[in-house]
Design a protein around this ligand. Structure first.
Ligand SMILES: Nc1nc2c(ncn2[C@@H]2O[C@H](COP(=O)(O)OP(=O)(O)O)[C@@H](O)[C@H]2O)c(=O)[nH]1
Ligand SMILES: [Mg+2]
Length: 234
């Protein structure tokens, strides 16, 4: 595998405890890979940790989105990272180690085999309270039904935050459908799927186990739930 064709996009908000470990693992396991950290003004040492690594490795980039006055949000940050990456493919993942770095290679392989999108599918989710599991299941059913009703391509985890995409496909889709991408939300993959021409892409799937967050705090909450309804309706 030639990892020079891949950029891992990492949206961050206060991930000082995990970001350094994650980037070093990615650089160690996937020779030649690029890393793009899109940060929304973390108040901890996230920026210091990443810029220290990027000084030694030109393939690691950091942007402080808050200084550029850009719209805040996980999806908005991921979009900037994908559009700003210079490689043929981009892989978006969380920076808190809940997305295992070893899955990146399997997502990359699917893309290099011809899938335009590859999705890490949560086969099990550890550590979520029952109410979060139930709400998630209900929302996934709604999203899935909406994709089905409009004849869109689907996959086993339409809300996954861990996926790879051919940059050209993303660029074209995003530029035609800018307003349908909800920057403040978490569900960029769903926004992408709902905008892609019917049945036009092959999606590769890689099952994995979504880990427990051991460091830092989840930023998911009611606000992201509301943004999801905006995603459904736009
Ligand atoms: N740039 C940016 N990253 C964010 C934002 N909210 C969350 N993240 C990052 O997105 C990833 C997933 O967030 P997290 O809170 O762990 O969501 P959860 O896993 O669904 O509970 C982590 O890398 C966060 O640092 C945001 O508003 N802006
Ligand atoms: Mg998380």
């Amino acid at each position: 595998m030639d990892y020079r064709e891949f950029t891992v996009v990492l949206p961050t908000l206060n991930e000082e405890k995990t970001i350094g470990v994650l980037i070093r693992r990615l650089l160690g396991e996937y020779k030649g890979i690029s890393v793009f950290v899109a940060d929304d003004g973390s108040k901890d040492r996230t920026k210091d940790v990443v810029t220290a690594i990027s000084k030694r490795n030109g393939k690691v980039r950091f942007i402080d989105r808050s200084r550029a006055g850009l719209e805040k949000g996980l999806s908005a940050s991921a979009i900037d990272g994908i559009l700003g990456s210079k490689t043929r493919f981009a892989i978006v993942m969380d920076a808190d180690l809940q997305h295992p770095p070893e899955v990146v290679g399997r997502l990359a392989r699917r893309l290099s085999q011809g899938c335009k999108i590859s999705v890490a599918v949560r086969a099990t989710v550890k550590g979520w309270e029952l109410h979060r599991k139930l709400i998630s299941k209900a929302l996934i059913s709604i999203g899935y039904a909406m994709l089905m009703a409009t004849g869109k391509s689907r996959c086993g985890d339409i809300f996954s935050g861990f996926f790879g995409v051919e940059r050209k496909l993303f660029e074209q889709t995003y530029h035609k459908n800018r307003r349908r991408f909800v920057g403040g939300g978490y569900k960029i993959l769903y926004d992408l799927l709902k905008c892609i021409a019917n049945g036009s892409v092959v999606i590769g799937e890689v099952p994995y186990s979504f880990g427990v967050r051991e460091y830092g705090k989840s930023k998911a909450g009611l606000r992201q739930g509301l943004y999801l309804f905006k995603s459904f309706l736009t």
